[in-house]
Design a protein around this ligand. Structure first.
Ligand code: GLY
Ligand code: MN
Ligand code: MN
Length: 429
């Protein structure tokens, strides 16, 4: 198994301790693995099964249909799907099954209980009818669970550091081969082959590669566009083992050397990233990590004569979001969007960006810090942007930057009591 039994036991104990004060003696909590999803029109074809992260983290099991049940009286009981005869024949049947009751006994077990309240966690959609609590109340228990899961333990950190080494092989490959004449797609193929060779199972998200104005497309899909002398390539790509991952962004000069314009923007984004990383400490509000990057880049744009207002005004009026439209980062680790929250159906915007996380950092949180400065033609030519920021932005100066694209720098930062620890520092900047 990917985690030791000791780590799994500790996680279950931490969750039990966190949830117990909110439960009566008759309440139960059910954590669901989920089931394979059929491909539309695919008959017996399903997408590759990914266990719900809440379940996988708690049990270490990657089998579908599993349920982990908790009550104060009985503690944890695992219900698991044994390997079937068909699986042995078609797939080899080598998947590990954690110790537990056969899932076919789950309904009978549940029927015998006189649970007061049943709280559902994980991929529970098919069993929603079991819940006797309102969603708002369920979310309170979910949030207690999330608070434990957000804190990365030693084994998770070690795994993620190993995955960073795998991604690094891909980034080294790009550094070695990049030259005018290759395409974004060719770079993607080389990166992904190298990362798989280094031990990655798959990719946490579709690799993002963009040159020219494509580098200002936030989630650019690599195309047949040819890399040109003088341009730069933005690469946002990771590596993934059992849904644990790294999320990294680097920028490469196609001819090996940044132009003075590229260097200027690169240095500005790096300065923003350093300011934000320095704030990744227990107790700091995530919004302040975002605002730190926004402030540095706004000042840079004032210095470049692109903004006609002060940096602070650019934050207050959201003008900075024309060039930095996304949040500074998100939780990462188990999946590229790791458990975020707290639950907030109407996320607030800060300096024009909707943040995926809006809470104080705690020791053990793992966050991407990924400021980016972009000249996005679609946004710059948008009538609403022009009207809203008529007097805030120096539009004739902006014209000179419209072909530049964008630069983003992204690392995965562990919050520790001794300060921020960059788990992806191995990838050269
Ligand atoms: N890789 C997508 C992101 O950085 O969120
Ligand atoms: Mn990324
Ligand atoms: Mn990211």
């Amino acid at each position: 198994m990917i985690f030791t039994q000791n780590a799994i036991n500790t996680r279950k104990k931490l969750v039990a301790d966190a949830l117990s004060p909110a439960l009566s003696d008759q309440d139960i909590v059910l954590v669901y693995a989920g089931s394979p999803i059929q491909k539309p029109g695919g008959h017996d074809q399903t997408y590759t099964f990914l266990p719900h992260p809440d379940y996988f983290w708690l049990t270490g099991s990657r089998r579908p249909f599993g349920v982990s049940a908790f009550s104060k009286k009985d503690g944890w009981i695992d219900f698991v799907l044994p390997i079937s005869r068909d699986e042995k024949i078609w797939e080899g049947g080598n998947e590990q099954v954690i110790p537990g009751e056969d899932i076919k006994n789950f309904d009978g077990w549940l029927a015998k209980r006189t649970a007061a309240k049943t709280y559902l966690i994980g991929q529970f959609d098919l069993h929603r009818h079991l819940s006797k609590v309102a969603e708002e109340e369920r979310m309170k228990v979910q949030e207690l669970f999330n608070q434990v899961r957000r804190v990365k333990d030693h084994e998770e950190v070690k795994l993620i550091q190993n995955i960073a080494l795998m991604a690094n092989e891909g980034y080294k490959k790009i550094r070695n081969i990049i030259r005018p004449g290759l395409t974004e797609r060719q770079i993607q193929i080389e990166y992904e082959a190298e990362v798989l060779r280094a031990g990655s199972e798959k990719f946490p998200y579709d690799s993002i590669m963009g040159t020219g104005t494509n580098s200002a497309v936030l989630h650019a899909i690599p195309t047949s566009r040819i890399l040109k002398d003088g341009e730069h390539l933005l690469v946002d790509a990771g590596a993934d083992v059992h849904d644990y991952c790294v999320d990294i962004t680097r920028n490469f000069a196609v001819n090996g050397t940044f132009s003075s314009r590229q260097k200027m923007i690169y240095d500005l984004v790096l300065k923003a990233q350093e300011a934000s990383i320095a704030l990744c400490r227990p107790g700091v509000d995530w919004k302040d990590v975002h605002l730190a990057s926004a402030r540095v880049m706004a000042q840079g744009l004032v210095d470049l004569n692109v903004l006609k207002i002060s940096a602070e005004e650019a934050l207050d009026t959201n003008a900075i979001a024309v060039f930095f439209p996304h949040g500074v980062g998100h939780m990462v680790g188990l999946r590229v969007r790791d458990v975020g929250g707290p639950y907030n159906p109407n996320p607030k915007k800060y300096a024009g960006a909707r943040l995926r996380v809006d809470m104080p950092l705690r020791e053990g949180h793992l966050m991407t810090v990924e400021p980016g400065l972009y000249f996005i033609p679609a946004l710059l030519d948008d009538e609403m942007t022009r009207n809203d920021f008529k007097d805030a932005i120096n539009w004739s100066e902006v014209e000179k930057w419209k072909d530049f694209g964008g630069i983003r720098i992204e690392d995965d930062i562990l919050v520790t009591k001794n300060g921020p620890e960059n788990l992806t520092a191995v990838v050269e900047k």
